[in-house]
Design a protein around this ligand. Structure first.
Ligand SMILES: [Fe+2]
Ligand SMILES: [Fe+2]
Length: 310
């Protein structure tokens, strides 16, 4: 069912500004506070890293794999925030001479996303100081943004809403509840989550506003572009799963057989697909927003594309 005349509740932009001002944080004073990572700590919790699935790894090697995945987790956010911020700045044009509350909400969103990228660059440096040499994350954020921003705004905002919703879900379900992980890693995603909660609201408002101005044919093309973006994300995940599994093999305590190495690589890719694609795609709010504007055929195409990643 399509709702082409969606009424946007403009008061929600104002509410985002209020919360954004109240929870505003500083990278050094609030998040890092002079701390470093400790190699004795788990970074990414098992609910996300799925390290429990590797029976052939001992506790030390499971912890190392959680640290590598946690480092990649921070880098992936820094990566996607480049195109998210560019799209938000572009959308702000529509409000320049219009609703000044909506404009301020998007300006704050952009400012926060620039800060988050700096936070994740700092986290990468701290992770590099804690972990053995040899880690590779060689995806260029501007190259990725160039591809993503070549798609329609509808497709980019659908991908962005999905990302900003799973960020919150990961924190609430897997990170907040975990007692036994690095306190610094936990704080990074606590503070990140606080600002991302407003971003997901603004993504939804801008997505519905964009959708309301589209024809059925434009939306139908945008659905295919959204699928292309998910496939592009998966390409990045496939390459990074190989990078991270290869690096793990050089840094782990107990050498792996070639069979174990293959199992590890496949398991890391499964974990990455869960983290960055499937957990968001299954998010009830994401499904709710998307299905308020797409028809059954379009939903079926998206489901079929996701099925190939399971
Ligand atoms: Fe962010
Ligand atoms: Fe965000």
């Amino acid at each position: 069912m399509n709702m082409h005349h969606t009424q946007i509740d403009m008061s929600r932009y104002g509410r985002c500004i209020e919360i954004s001002k109240r929870i505003r944080w500083d990278i050094d004073d609030d998040v890092i506070r002079g701390r470093a990572f400790d190699s004795a700590d788990t970074f990414l919790p098992a609910g996300l890293s799925k390290v429990g699935e590797f029976e052939f790894l001992d506790a030390d090697d499971k912890r190392l794999l959680s640290q590598i995945q946690g480092r990649t987790y921070a880098n992936i956010f820094g990566l996607v925030e480049r195109f998210i911020n560019a799209k938000i700045l572009e959308l702000s044009q529509d409000h320049w001479l219009g609703d000044q509350t909506a404009l301020e909400a998007l300006v704050r969103f952009s400012d926060e996303e620039i800060k988050h990228q700096e936070l994740f660059r700092r986290i990468e440096l701290l992770a590099a100081n804690c972990l053995p040499a040899g880690y590779v994350f060689d995806v260029n954020p501007n190259d990725v943004a160039g591809v993503v921003l070549g798609k329609s705004t509808w497709a980019v905002l659908a991908l962005t809403l999905h990302i900003e919703l799973f960020t919150q879900q990961h924190y609430r379900e897997s990170i907040e509840t975990e007692e036994d992980i690095s306190p610094l890693f936990k704080d990074v995603f606590l503070y990140h989550w606080k600002e991302e909660s407003q971003h997901a609201v603004l993504d939804e408002l801008e997505f519905l506003r964009t959708d309301a101005g589209m024809t059925d044919a434009e939306r139908d093309t945008a659905v295919d572009e959204f699928i292309e973006l998910v496939v592009a994300v998966d390409g990045i995940l496939q390459a990074q799963a190989v990078n991270d599994a290869t690096y793990f093999a050089t840094a782990c305590k107990n050498p792996l057989s070639s069979e174990e190495q293959a199992v590890l690589e496949a398991g890391v890719l499964r974990a990455y697909r869960w983290q960055y694609i499937l957990s968001g795609a299954e998010h009830p709010h994401f499904i709710g927003v998307l299905s308020s504007v797409i028809n059954n055929d379009q939903a079926g195409r998206i489901m079929a594309a996701l099925e190939t990643l399971r």
